[in-house]
Design a protein around this ligand. Structure first.
Ligand code: CP
Ligand code: NVA
Length: 302
């Protein structure tokens, strides 16, 4: 079975560090890998996207290949035919499959039956390419830290879960500030707590979460597929807004991160998103570089 990237914990710490080194070399132009020369990549999107679609399509082209954009409505994965059959068929045409969809189990099933690597471009459970890119951004901006104090404040969603998955692999001081009724995934949390090198704090006090933090991260309060819960989540998460007053408790050089798209004025204020600590557009750029590094890693010849 080829290696896939369905979640961060599919990779070992050494492999993650390898991907970061490769990302840095690719970004600086030191290496220009072409593992997709004259090959195609299927990009399946069952949810909306700006960054993931465009950064993957550009990355695939720059690695020498051609992206094929496929909407969920078109292939009706698991409805028109089984996920296993779709995986077998796609593997006869393309060198890699990238998928954004709802269920994590669908991505894992696709990876189980595909003869080519599968990359997760976001599910309800995790967004692994995003968080690898974001950690890479943190290492570029604050290169001298050994263990990053990362405060994720807001909904306990796919972004929070991916930070926890990273903490299960790398040493992290991860604080998740969220309401008692919006926690991250329990299994993923418990696995992160098993890494003795990481410190994990779950708190409903946003100030406790951001205290002296190196990274202050937030995301929309209602993710794709949950927009009907937007009002309820806004009420529950109101006190977790990343604003100037909350940021005052973080390290003065802290990096403000958001995976985007942002709902300005809700989970983050304009003042903070456009302020001097914000690196949100560097994060967006690094999606391109990290996805090249991830695909090159998965496509490497043994
Ligand atoms: N951050 C991110 O994945 O953005 P899109 O939803 O626009 O792809
Ligand atoms: N949590 C958000 C992330 C978007 C990139 C969502 O799933 O909609």
């Amino acid at each position: 079975m080829p290696r896939s990237f369905t979640k961060i914990s599919d990779l070992s710490e050494e492999e993650i560090q390898f991907v970061f080194r490769s990302c840095s070399e690719i970004k600086s132009g030191k290496t220009e890998p072409r593992p997709l020369k004259e090959k195609s990549v299927a990009c399946i999107f069952t949810k909306q996207s700006l960054r993931t679609r465009v950064s993957f399509e550009v990355a695939i082209s720059e690695l020498g290949g051609s992206p094929i954009y496929i909407t969920g409505d078109e292939i009706k994965l698991g409805v028109r035919e089984s996920i296993a059959d779709a995986a077998r068929v796609l593997s006869r045409y393309v060198a890699l499959i990238m998928i954004r969809t709802f269920k994590q189990s669908d991505v894992e099933e696709l990876a189980e039956y595909a003869a080519v690597p599968v990359v997760n471009g976001l599910t309800d459970l995790v967004h692994p390419c995003q968080i690898l890119g974001d950690y890479f951004t943190a290492t570029e901006r604050l290169p001298n830290l050994k263990v990053y104090k990362v405060a994720y404040v807001g909904d306990g969603n796919n972004i929070a879960n991916s930070w926890l998955n990273l903490a299960s692999r790398l040493p992290l001081d991860l604080r998740i500030g969220t309401a008692a009724s919006t926690p991250p995934d329990e299994q993923i949390l418990n696995r992160a707590k098993e890494n003795p090198e990481s410190r994990i704090l779950i708190t409903d006090d946003p100030k406790e979460a951001v205290a002296q933090a190196d990274v202050v991260y937030t995301d929309v309060w209602a993710s794709m597929g949950q927009k009907d819960q937007a009002d309820k989540k806004s009420r529950l998460l109101e006190k977790f807004q990343v604003n100037a007053s909350l940021l005052a408790g973080a390290s003065p050089d802290c990096l403000v991160m958001h995976c985007l798209p942002a709902e300005r004025g809700k989970e983050i204020t304009d003042e903070v998103m456009d302020g001097p600590n914000s690196v949100v557009f560097d994060q967006a750029e690094n999606r391109l570089h990290i996805q090249k590094a991830i695909m090159a890693f998965l496509l490497r010849q043994p």
